[in-house]
Ligand binder design. Structure first.
Ligand code: MBD
Ligand code: FE
Length: 244
């Protein structure tokens, strides 16, 4: 693969008759990606969606999508029906996210682990921005005997990937935009099943159609509702996992 990847770059350089000026700009930019600590961001925004597609296309259970750069394993265990950890004055509309985890044959997967993480209203992920509690808006939930879970969190806000570093320079130079649609990140796992990595999106978000990370699929768009007597929005979403 290394040989072919290099040949693909050689081919682009030849086709565009890359000058020495362009070569130096490319070299400096590649160095700056590392200096800015943005290799995880770069790879997950512009390559991971292809890897995800290749490696999950055999599944008959739920569609997933990319993990992205901000997953942290071992978030605190909260139970099956619980509120995610957040600050007293955390900004955002309430969202109750509930559903069931099943195997492809319909068997409920009691004890399945549902890991949830998302950005705060300002677009920051805990452990990747200063001043946030360690596990803010991150949690591990365990489905009950029927495979059910109910998580109280907040509606995530539209999200811009960082624009102050090397990836932002690339976006500006190419004339792209830096937006991702508002999203929840999830990992769902159960004994004897393939772990599902997913993101869930919200209807009407303008960036569902032009996500900079190419990670939206129609099956991943939620349908939140207003329910009498419950503050904010409620959404039902089930996870079907493929047996190993
Ligand atoms: C994110 O929050 C994200 O989910 C991805 C895939 C890339 C950058 C920031
Ligand atoms: Fe994200």
């Amino acid at each position: 693969m290394a040989t072919e990847a290099l040949e693909a770059i050689h081919e682009v350089a030849r086709r565009h008759k890359m000058t020495y000026d362009e070569y130096r700009i490319l070299k400096d930019w590649l160095i700056s990606v590392g200096e800015d600590g943005e290799w995880p961001l770069f790879l997950d925004v512009w390559l991971e969606h292809v890897i995800e597609d290749i490696n999950t296309s055999h599944r008959t259970g739920n569609k997933g999508t990319i993990e992205g750069p901000y997953y942290v394993p071992d978030a605190p265990e909260m139970g099956s029906h619980a509120k995610i950890s957040m600050r007293e004055d955390e900004k955002g509309e309430s969202l109750r996210f509930q559903g069931q985890v099943r195997s492809t044959d319909g068997t409920p997967l009691g004890g399945a682990k549902v890991e949830l993480w998302h950005a705060d209203a300002d677009g920051f992920y805990s452990q990747y921005a200063p001043g946030l509690p360690e596990w803010n808006l991150r949690g591990t939930f365990t489905a009950d005997e029927e495979g059910r879970f109910q998580i109280d969190t907040l509606l995530p806000a539209p999200y811009q990937i960082p624009t102050d570093g090397a990836c932002g320079k690339l976006i500006a130079a190419a004339g792209w935009h830096a937006w991702r649609p508002a999203h929840l990140h999830l990992k769902v796992g159960s004994q004897g099943h393939e772990q599902l990595t997913a993101q869930l999106y919200f209807p009407g978000d303008p960036h569902n159609e032009d996500d900079i990370a190419s990670a939206v699929k129609p099956e991943l768009v939620l349908d939140p509702k207003t329910v009498d007597g419950i503050d904010g929005k409620v959404v039902d979403y089930d996870f079907v996992l493929d047996p190993l």
